[in-house]
Design a protein around this ligand. Sequence first.
Ligand SMILES: N[C@@H](CCC(=O)N[C@@H](CS)C(=O)NCC(=O)O)C(=O)O
Length: 233
Amino acid sequence: MSKPALYYSLFSPPARACILTAKLIGLELDLKLVDFASKQHLTPEYLALNPQHQIPVFVEADNEIFIDSHAIMAYMVSKYANNDDMYPKDLKKRARIDHMLHFENGVLFQVIKDMVRRNIYGGEAEFNPVTLEMCSNAYSFLESFLGDSPFFGNSAVLTIADVCLNTTLVTLDLLIPVDDKKHPRLRAWMERMKTLLPSYEDVNLSGAKVLCDRIKKTMRGNKIKADSITEYD
Ligand SMILES: N[C@@H](CCC(=O)N[C@@H](CS)C(=O)NCC(=O)O)C(=O)O
């Protein structure tokens, strides 16, 4: 039977979360790189997979298509893992993990979306105060949610909530660092995850750097443009 396929690019935190989850449960994926530089995600072939033109997309061996990293991670663990540790079947435990998946999607990841909107596409040369506030609030909420638990969702073991929060946080941390004075538990969890997640350097950090470099480079370009306009005012 052929392997399931994952359409991905390493710059994408949700795509990295799916790759790391598959590695953690020993699931081999047929990795299909989507070339954003040539706008492959906007081609008719890709839109047939995901009309929302986003990565990641998971295509099962029987050609069934699943969209959204959180749904993909939950599916991969439920179908292929040897146990339910990473996505518990117990409804109360699962509700706590689901909470963190929704938090990642609806709050933390929105900080990156806001930066992309303002700093890559909106011409802004600095981080907007709104973005900074969104980020600081998200870090503070995470610090509180984590509490004294080793993992998110009050879990005693690593789950898909930790994986998706981590791939997004590793990216954000390069842009707006998690302050160990303000968020000591979050910082300690991030350090621990470096050793618990597979492929930290070659997948997680290297992918995060690609997105971070793109944002920083565009911001520098926006600054040069803004300065030259001011000079001729
Ligand atoms: N909620 C989605 C978010 C996916 C997403 O925003 N992917 C971005 C890359 S990080 C993308 O493909 N953007 C291209 C576009 O929106 O055209 C998930 O978790 O999979």
